[in-house]
Design a protein around this ligand. Structure first.
Ligand code: 26Q
Length: 828
């Protein structure tokens, strides 16, 4: 038994943790391999050895997990439930190994089995329970909460199928199901004792009790079981292990029994399917796909199960006294996806715990906090009222009551202003009545936050202007961040080593310490070593690109990378137009001072988003033509990386020279990939959008390649936008458009890119791609020039890493903890 951290359990018995040395790892690996998994020789796939390693690590997590739970139980701190339909966790093995500080000894133990940690780690499937930024943010937040030792539990859905796997066939995206649980998953612990029942459909009745009090009963419901599966979330070398609780849906036995008794065998089976469908698959849209009935079922399923979980823990500790509930609990809503929580908490308090409406509303509005992640008005969630009435009749009644009281207050504040009432109402009655989830979220929360400074300002001035006028005190900004453990320490050991020679290791817990690298930016020996690390990371990235796309990248060339979901507002098209322009220069022989580049794009398109899918096809066609042309090969190479995910980003961000953050200004709420690239020493070419603005301020304008219109200019120009004139007035853009329109990239499918050309030429092009083309191309020339000055590039690269401290999710979480959650942690 170990002597490095003895502790007392609540029973007073003296316990010691499992050893952390090579010998105990070796024997645990053996034991799990032979006994837990029942294997007798090393499997060639390494899958069983991976699982044995995961179990060996997991044992050490479990001890700390139990201790953390006990500590929370006894210390009774205020707790936060982070409610999210998405948690994009990626892989767990290496993260746990790093956070438990067991890498070195585990590697030694694995040599006995003749296998490297990397080989085993590669057996793990990503937990891809998210689309993109919002889901990965939730994962980074859990890492930071655990690392700061604050009691936050993630609540989500255990999807059988996470984000689809992407293949490219003939240049087109093909979606494959992500069967991430097929080989089992050592990181999930079923907790059947905490199973909850979630109600759907049925109708409501009113009873009047002997004291004349009204009680609403929601009856004849179709009930679904929510079974929790817990995933440990280890903090960084602090012995804290928090929990991500994921709910899986299952049919109740009772319901089936009723149907059987009624003789309806097939209906019973169908009902079972309906229940199990709820947690079957993640919706692969990163902008809302309105009105899908199953999505609403998922939202309510997650929300109801999670709130019941928190309330039943409260009642089991504190009884039915809710006086201090709001002092000890907080719910953070990750966008409006779980915003039905506001009505559900009201239902539970009023109907199940018999609190008065006013008391329940006080508690709800003192515990709910809402984070907005989008400025696109079309992405704001609305649900048809009729759908609500059928599926969640009791919740609709509650929403009507919330809305009536809210509108009463608005009418008092602005008498006679019916336009304002209509605009602010939770119910949109302009057409088929719809429930505006963002309005519900704002009305029912004490805090509303955006995810970057610009984003929050635009929410206050634009989308939520009326609400800001009513409740300015609710609005606040929390600029996103990313965890420096996964996104620097783990994914870039080379740079980590170099950083730690220069400064010490304290940056892992306090990323602002990276500031101390600044003097080294001027040191030519340090620059050389910095570039050598980048070089070797580029080799790893080149191997990934070759393996997945077949395209050979030359690591001497500039690595120019744009990876993120494919969306028009993110303007992958602008990037492709630039690539076509470079190719045109090569064809013309206009190559003096051209810096050789490898351009990498990657990302998934929502399966129903035709334009995004066509952008992928165009990228692949452009790439094929250029890569097959020997005239281009020393100057330009282009690849589309299939199946971009968390694990791919770990290799990509470390090996990138230039980070493309080129969204139409005012459209990207924050961005988080931008932060990962910066941390790893990439320079950014970007618009004044989202967190780019803060990145540029942090690193200094001279170390950031800014181009394009700002948010205000975009809105002004919109009124008179005339892309035809811009194209006609720009020789390079004309040429590029002509190549596209003449079918240069069609590869036999004549006219396939017509809709793209049409969109770029349209005066209604929301994303105004043509408007920023000239500035983008010119700025890219400056990028190329700087890249040829290796020492200057290295200097700016070092300054980017050194200035990235603010973009740690630890900083973000400290702000949530002190300003929103009001946790008594003393970490502020
Ligand atoms: C909604 C309804 C139905 C189906 C799907 C959805 C849905 C799912 C996911 C809507 C939106 C999302 C994801 C949004 C997202 O990832 N937003 C990003 O959030 C990041 C973290 O704050 C920001 O950095 C990005 O700017 C923002 O685009």
């Amino acid at each position: 038994m170990s002597d490095h951290k003895p502790h007392d359990s609540e029973a007073g018995t003296h316990q010691r943790w499992l050893e952390m040395d090579k010998e105990s790892f070796t024997s645990d690996l053996e034991r799990h391999f032979h006994f837990t998994l029942g294997r007798d020789q090393i499997d060639h796939s390494h899958l069983y050895l991976y699982t044995a390693a995961a179990l060996t690590v997991r044992d050490r997590l479990v001890e700390r997990w139990r201790e953390t739970r006990q500590r929370y139980h006894y210390e009774k701190p205020k707790r936060v439930a982070y409610l999210s339909l998405e948690f994009l966790m990626g892989r767990a093995l290496n993260n746990s190994v790093m956070n438990l500080d067991m890498e070195e000894q585990l590697r030694e133990a694995l040599t006995e089995f003749g296998v490297s940690l990397e080989t085993l780690a590669d057996e793990e499937r990503d937990a891809g329970l998210g689309n993109g930024g919002l889901g990965r943010l939730a994962a980074c937040f859990l890492d930071s909460c655990a690392s700061l030792g604050i009691p936050v539990t993630g609540y989500g859905i255990l999807y059988d199928y996470g984000m689809f796997r992407q293949r490219i066939r003939n240049g087109y995206q093909v979606e494959l199901p992500d069967q991430w649980l097929r080989n089992g998953n050592p990181w999930l612990f079923e907790a059947p004792q905490d199973t909850r029942v979630v109600k759907f459909f049925g109708h409501t009745n009113v009873d009047i009790d002997t004291k004349g009090k009204r009680h609403v009963r929601w009856t004849d419901t179709h009930d679904v079981l929510a079974i929790p599966y817990d995933m440990p979330v280890p903090g960084f070398q602090n012995d804290v292990v928090n929990t991500l609780r994921l709910w899986k849906s299952a049919a109740t036995e009772e319901f089936n029994l009723d149907e059987f008794n009624a003789g309806s065998y097939t209906e019973a089976v169908a009902a079972k399917n309906a229940a199990e469908q709820i947690s079957m698959v993640l919706y692969p849209n990163d902008a809302s796909e309105n009105g899908k009935i199953l999505r609403l079922r998922q939202q309510y399923f997650l929300t109801s199960a999670s709130l019941q979980d928190v309330l039943s823990r409260w009642v089991s500790r504190s009884g039915l006294d809710f006086d201090h509930f709001a002092d000890k609990n907080c719910f953070q809503l990750n966008d409006t996806h779980p915003a039905i929580a506001i009505a559900e908490l009201m239902r539970l308090l009023v109907d199940d715990y018999a609190l008065s409406w006013n008391r329940s509303w006080e508690i709800t509005t003192a515990t709910m906090a809402y984070t907005n992640h989008t400025l696109l008005p079309e992405a704001l969630e609305c649900w048809p009222l009729a759908m609500f009435r059928e599926m969640l009749p009791r919740l609709l009644e509650i929403i009507h009551e919330i809305n009536a009281r809210f509108l009463h207050d608005v009418a008092n504040r602005w008498p006679g202003d019916t336009d304002r009432l209509r605009a602010m109402s939770i119910i949109d009655e302009s057409g088929h009545p719809q429930i505006r989830m963002a309005h519900l979220a704002i009305v029912g929360s004490f805090s509303v936050n955006g995810v970057a400074a610009l984003h929050t300002e635009l929410l206050k001035k634009g989308l939520f202007r009326n609400f800001y006028e009513l409740w300015p005190e609710k609005f606040n900004n929390k600029t996103n961040g990313v965890t420096p453990r996964r996104w620097l320490a783990f994914c870039n050991p080379g740079l980590t080593g170099l950083i730690e020679e220069a400064i010490d290791g304290s940056w892992r817990n306090d990323l602002s310490e990276l500031q101390r690298l600044k003097p080294f930016a001027e040191d030519s020996d340090f620059q050389t070593r910095w570039l050598a690390v980048k070089q070797s990371n580029k080799e790893a990235l080149a191997r990934l690109v070759k393996g997945r796309s077949g395209v050979r990248f030359d690591t001497e060339m500039l690595f120019d990378v744009q990876v993120k979901r494919i969306h028009e507002y993110k303007r992958q098209l602008l990037n492709i137009l630039h690539v076509i322009h470079l190719y045109d220069r090569i064809l013309k022989g206009d190559i003096d001072n051209m810096t050789p580049r490898c351009v990498l794009l990657g990302g998934k398109a929502a399966p129903g988003y035709q334009m995004a899918k066509l952008i992928i096809k165009l990228t692949n066609n452009v790439a094929t033509l250029i890569n097959d042309d020997p005239r281009a090969s020393s100057l330009l190479r282009v690849a589309f990386l299939p199946d971009y995910n968390v694990t791919a980003m770990e290799i990509i961000c470390a090996g990138t020279d230039l980070s493309e953050q080129i969204s139409t200004a005012g459209k990207e709420a924050s961005g988080t990939g931008n932060m990962k690239f910066m941390m790893n020493g990439a320079l950014t070419i970007g618009t004044l959008d989202g967190a780019n603005i803060e990145i540029r301020e942090a690193v200094g304008a001279e170390n950031f390649f800014l181009f394009g219109l700002n948010a205000e200019e975009v809105e002004t120009l919109r009124k008179s936008y005339d892309p035809a004139r811009i194209i006609a007035g720009d020789e390079d853009l004309s040429t590029v458009m002509t190549m596209l329109e003449k079918g240069f990239f069609d590869q036999g499918e004549s006219g396939i890119f017509e809709s793209i050309c049409h969109a770029i030429r349209s005066p209604h092009d929301q994303w105004m791609t043509a408007a920023d083309f000239r500035a983008f191309v010119d700025t890219q020339v400056a990028v190329g020039e700087l890249f040829r000055n290796r020492s200057e590039w290295a200097r700016k690269s070092i300054l980017n890493t050194a200035s990235s401290g603010y973009f740690s999710s630890d900083r973000t979480i400290r702000e949530y903890a002190t300003e929103i959650w009001k946790l008594d942690t003393g970490i502020g």
